[in-house]
Design a protein around this ligand. Sequence first.
Ligand code: ADP
Ligand code: MG
Length: 478
Amino acid sequence: MTLESHELWAQCLLNIERRVLARSFDTWFRTTRASRFDSESLVIEVQSAWSADFVESNYLTLIQKVVKEETELAPEIRFEVAANKVETPTQAETEAGPKAADPNQFGLSLPLQKGQAIDSEEEIIDPLSRQLYTSLNEKYTFETFVIGEGNSFAHAAAQAVAKSPGNTQFNPLVIYGGVGLGKTHLLQAIGQYALTHSTVERVAYVPSEKFISDFIHIAIKMRKQAEFQRMYRGADILLVDDIQFLPKTEATQNEFFHTFNALYQAGKQIVMTCDSPPGRLDGLEERLVSRFQWGLLTNIDPPDLETRIAILHQKAEISGIRLPEDVAVFLGNHVSSNIRELEGALIHMMAYCSVNNSELTVEVARKVIQERIPKQSTELAIEVIQRHIADHFDLTPEVLISKTRKKEVTMPRQIAMFLAKQLTGNSLKLIGLHFGNRDHSTVIHAIQTIDKRCKDDPTFAQLVDNLKNTIRQRHTPT
Ligand code: ADP
Ligand code: MG
């Protein structure tokens, strides 16, 4: 490897680090190296075939984009498994300066101390199991969950399951819906409730990335498959978050399938969340999808204005602040993309008021909303979607929103409107405005057309889904 490829890649890594969750970065990127990086080819060295698979299926588009941004190059990207990393630092490491051999070389979220040997079973499995059962966030309870039209069914199902885990028809319970709509909140609320109100003792909350990294590290790398299984199959309630991140590899899905079966047969409760209906997930095995249908699939829709306002009041109350009604209405009206963003705007506003010693007024709310525009305004989000879709179909955003009725433009335009609704949750009217001042009925027509075609044509549904996922992956602030 040349020093230059090392440096180029290091620069890309800095960029990637800003865009993905810290945990994901640690797990999948921190230990990567580039053994070749020029206009033709970028060879990324990862720690195992598993990581290669995972990174390729989940982050390839992100990497391509970042490489383009940082270097103006568009090389073909390949992954290679790095040879023996632990014992001897590679030449690259020597070149790049001293770097101690890291026992936690996979960058996995294990409670390991530096220098601790990784092959001593007792030392690792125990803290691991403990960690598996104690990672609930106290903030996320049923009490703090505001019920609205979009989430009432999911909420009711979650409560039923929490009250008698494993003993309802809702096993497994799968909750799906867009980013920031409360899936993780509900999932964790089930765990907290069950721990305090039922006889269950072992609740495991597991983002699917953790399942994978535990599997790779414990079952594969450390060859402790039995321990891994004992750890996961010992749960009374298994809560798996974001199963869309389960990689396509047979081994991981196989392990997940068996974990699922073992728990199910023992009458244990399984709850999962997902960003789209599991049937539409690319790469999820048929047998897994059909298992999920044994129980209940339910979705969460974006909150309506009334619910958004109720959530704002509730979040303000938790912070010990009374939010004037007009301010709540203003914020609720101007931030509609997702609840996480709604919360962000409120926190931003409270911070602003405490720093400037001012009252919570509509004027201040307006200022704060404007300040947030560069980061994630609803306008920006629609533009981002337009740009992405235009790029994908080799059009310009101007043509995309123009009046032309050429077939090669109308279909992408309709997809863009459809995704604008799904991903930003903006009003039809606002979306219409952004698409060359079209009427909201045109937007409704577009959404219905795409919806219908997705139902009739799985390949098309897949295309739309892929576009949605890439936009989300690249542009959602983490
Ligand atoms: P998801 O997992 O669907 O991406 P989260 O569960 O992380 O979304 O929710 C994002 C934020 O919004 C969290 O802080 C959560 O507490 C809050 N939130 C979501 N839905 C509700 C709700 N119905 N009531 C109160 N807070 C909510
Ligand atoms: Mg979540």
